[in-house]
Ligand binder design. Sequence first.
Ligand code: HEM
Length: 470
Amino acid sequence: MKNIFIIFFGGILLYRIWSRIRSKTTTPLPLGTLGWPIIGETLEFISSAYSDQPESFMNRRRLKYGKVFKSHLFGSATVISTDAEVSKFILQSDARTFVPSYPSSLTELMGKSSILLINGSLQRRVHGLIGAFFKSPNLKAQITGDMEKYLQESMDSWKDDQLIYIQDVAKNITFHVLVKALISLDPGAEMELLQKHFQEFIAGLMSLPINLPGSQLYRSLQAKKRMVKLVHKILRERRKNCTLSAPKDVVDVLLSDGSKQLTVDLISDNMIDLMIPGEDSVPILMTLAIKYLSSCPRALHQLMEENMNLRRTKIQLGEPLRWTDYMSLSFTQNVITETLRMGNIIIGVMRKAMKDVEIKGQLIPKGWCVFAYFRSVHLDESTYDWPHQFNPWRWQDKDMGTCNFTPFGGGQRLCPGLDLARLEASIFLHHLVTQFRWIAEDDSIVHFPTVRMKRKMPIWVIRRRIPTEL
Ligand code: HEM
């Protein structure tokens, strides 16, 4: 018996040693350098990310080592992929190969049960429930009505020759619209308080991992606690007044799941995390579109014509605009696609290898991080002519579903809010270009830690005299 054990475990040990030696000798690590002890190349990466040429860190290494190279970022040995096919492989792998891995401040604030961090069947369940709800025509109609209402209320207060900060306007509107879709909270005092706490919470997502009184992470965690309290209150009320009618928001969708996997903590963590695109990604998409359009008069003119035509047709038919109308505007969609390509609102995604992985003849060792960096792919001149030029016409009759265009990620974690983001941006552009002309002030894009405008995109607005211009 003892001998069988020795042979069995000895065999396993030998096999492991042999496969380790084999993988080390036959599959090389990507080229590159790990930089300084502990900090690696993090400071160089961050200083390049803050600069007005954020891809310079990647470009220098791409030239030296090729599209996949090794580095050491945020405390981990990391393989960086700026190669569309390798990034596709990373996105499409499941939790047996790669799991999400983000800086510790982000992980601590989001909570362990955040959809961005959970894996396997639980992630698929939450993703499926949220994704199906976000796709529903009823929700899209509700979002359209809310967007139109909040936007019109804001625009009605604009005076001729007034300076409007597009980033602030867009953030305010999209946050309110999304929070309504998540927890059915209407604008008012409670919403204002929630937004204030949320801004404190989000400020800590990329902060130093120091949780001491006075630090940003500490303040953000306190803000999260207050938001969790509010969401718990809403959950308790919903459970009390539980009905069998169709879910009216994401809380209803998650509460009605029969699997018992979705705890109160999981639901409240995710409700708060799901507010991030309302304060960050979606309003930034709108703001960047205005930035790019302001320096491309031909595109702005064509966008305005397309939207004026739709408006004219709807007035003649005496019909309101529906969400399908906004989504059917082909040039408007091309403007949004081009903004996503150039803007790189999410620069990439980070994962950790659960086992040794071999891709295109290179090794990603178990335990290493991988950073699928979309920005380099979206600005690669071998795929996109004049990649730094805003050119919505490049998308005419072009397939977007390739691995060279992944602003919303891909695979099992493909962004479930992608249609909503496009819909909200279309509504915003439609009402802005059909009701106003503007002159933009100078402003520049800040790329780190999140993409935003340095001066919040100030524009001088002039109302169009609609009846004569239609
Ligand atoms: C311009 C707007 C947006 C951009 C650029 C964007 C981008 C992304 C990307 C790249 C991912 C993949 C993350 C990964 O693979 O780890 C993602 C995931 C996700 N997005 Fe978005 N997103 C946007 C808007 C939205 C909206 C409006 C919502 C809805 C509330 C949303 C909800 C989510 C969720 C829940 C996930 C996690 C999916 C999962 O891990 O299963 N996003 N998004």
